[in-house]
Design a protein around this ligand. Structure first.
Ligand code: EPZ
Length: 451
């Protein structure tokens, strides 16, 4: 597994030289979803017995969370790997202990997952220390919802120069929470805290992403009592004790969609084993609308360019079941190859379109706007953020020297470089390892030319 990066800034000396212009063709497998696996690993901390998590991807984010758990006395053992069943982790939380402040601080800036350790650590130890958070720089990404949630359970939050210290002198109490926005992380925060709090917790305006439901599956296996209503309300009855779990992570629907976009942008044909229709319904509709083709089988989905012109479209990102913000960046590369004007309105993150300027350097024609274009007004319309894009296509892309700004944009640059004529130098390629397992091996299997 790639080692944990010390932070989420690109290392510009970490370069991939890509020779574009060849359609990507072949098969690959996606493993468990990064955005479930890291949370399921944290959930293990709540149990009194060991847990087993299967189909874990060998990505650096898993290394980061393993390191954090290890600091708190949770042993993380790797079983298997490199086989069809994927990597299995055995997480043993029986010797949970307070980590040394300096050790935790060394993880500052590495990921956003540490904030989710708060609830479990408060239950197990009565206190938690959280360093400055990392994660992709795609907007402000505040943690106010998280802190409000934790305070509402009865935790005290003390902001210090080196990070946050949280304490809970007595058992956390069930509470009522209404989220201002259906935040994935804040919903997970409530779940991971409420399951062992005393009494009932009611969460309104919760996120309902498939990864949230899979986390609920994990917690239910551990002994938690959680029910979900149709109106984004989740109710949790706190229990005194949780056991371990044995679970196979849901497949990574972001990685699956990323390779689907690579097939379309390069005029190729990629079968993504492990991809599931039910997690990709909204994406598949969009893929078909712009002229992409797919065939769904029991063990995966074949994505391909059927020939002919691709069609532009108007789209906005949204929380589930809308079009995921994490699909937006790879889709934009495919949209540069469609005929006419496409509009993308990003409503989840206020700064997730900045990556397009490098695409313009490669020959794309993308103009950013501060207005909410092509859909309903969103939270960012009055806040002066460039969060709408108009893409004029099709444009032939050509090779360039580009630097990866964040995980999904990084993979998107890789797709752009593979679709472009000529040679590109993609710098900061290590960031892609945070979320795309063995992507070089997969590129090899698809016939990509790079060094
Ligand atoms: C998760 O981030 C994912 N990360 C993101 O994936 C994903 O883009 C996002 O959910 C939305 O699906 C992980 O699971 C590790 P949010 P999270 O809280 O939980 C605002 C990737 O590439 N907000 O749903 O951090 C926030 O600024 C990553 O895999 C607050 O205002 O996202 C954003 O505008 C990138 N205050 C919106 O809510 C808060 O306290 C949604 O964020 C929390 C969030």
């Amino acid at each position: 597994m790639p080692g944990p990066p010390t932070d989420t800034r690109p290392d510009v000396n970490d370069v991939l030289t890509v020779h574009g212009g060849t359609p990507l063709t072949g098969r690959l497998r996606v493993r468990g979803a990064k955005n479930l696996v890291s949370k399921a690993m944290v959930a293990a901390l709540l149990g009194e017995e060991p847990s087993r998590l299967r189909d874990v991807p060998e990505i650096s984010d898993v290394g980061i969370v393993s390191g954090l758990l290890d600091l708190h006395g949770v042993s993380v053992e790797r079983v298997g790997g490199a086989s069809d069943d994927g990597l299995e982790l055995v997480l043993d939380p029986r010797n949970v202990e307070q980590a040394h402040l300096a050790d935790i601080d060394a993880h500052a800036g590495s990921s956003r997952v540490p904030i989710l350790l708060c609830g479990p650590l408060l239950h197990r130890l009565g206190e938690a220390f959280i360093p400055d958070l990392g994660g992709c720089r795609i907007g402000e990404r505040p943690i106010n919802f998280h802190l409000d949630v934790l305070r509402s359970f009865g935790a005290t939050v003390d902001k210090r120069p080196e990070g946050l210290r949280l304490t809970a002198p007595r058992r956390l109490q069930g509470t009522k929470v209404q989220l201002p926005f259906p935040s994935v992380g804040a919903t997970e925060q409530v779940l991971l805290t409420a399951v062992r709090a005393e009494g009932l917790t009611e969460l309104r305006n919760a996120a309902t992403e498939p990864e949230i439901f899979d986390l609920i599956n994990v917690l239910q296996k551990m002994g938690a009592m959680i029910s979900v209503d149709t109106d984004r309300t989740i109710r949790i009855e706190g229990v005194d004790r949780l056991g371990g779990y044995s679970h196979r992570a849901i497949p990574d629907r972001i990685e699956a969609a990323s390779w689907a976009c690579a097939a379309l942008a390069t005029g190729g044909d990629i079968t993504v084993l492990g991809a599931r229709q039910g997690d990709l319904t909204t994406f598949l509709n969009v893929y078909r609308k712009i002229g992409g083709a797919f065939e769904i089988d029991d063990d995966g989905i074949r994505f391909f360019h059927p020939g002919g012109d691709l069609r532009s479209l108007v789209i906005e990102t949204d929380v589930h079941p809308g079009f995921m913000t994490d699909w937006q960046q790879p889709l934009v590369i495919a949209l540069t190859q469609t005929s006419g004007l496409s509009i993308v309105h990003e409503t989840v993150y206020e700064q997730r379109l900045g990556f397009t300027s490098a695409l313009n350097d490669m020959g794309a024609t993308i103009q950013l706007y501060r207005e909410c274009l092509g859909g309903l007004p969103c939270r960012f319309g009055q806040r002066n953020f460039q969060h709408s894009a108009v893409i004029s296509g099709p444009t032939k892309l050509h090779g360039a020297d580009i630097t990866v700004p964040d995980l999904r944009a990084g993979f998107s640059y890789l797709i752009a470089a593979l679709a472009a004529d000529g040679t590109s130098r993609v710098r900061g390629i290590g960031l892609i390892e945070r979320g795309y397992e063995h992507f070089r091996d997969k590129l090899d299997a698809l016939g990509a030319s790079y060094e």
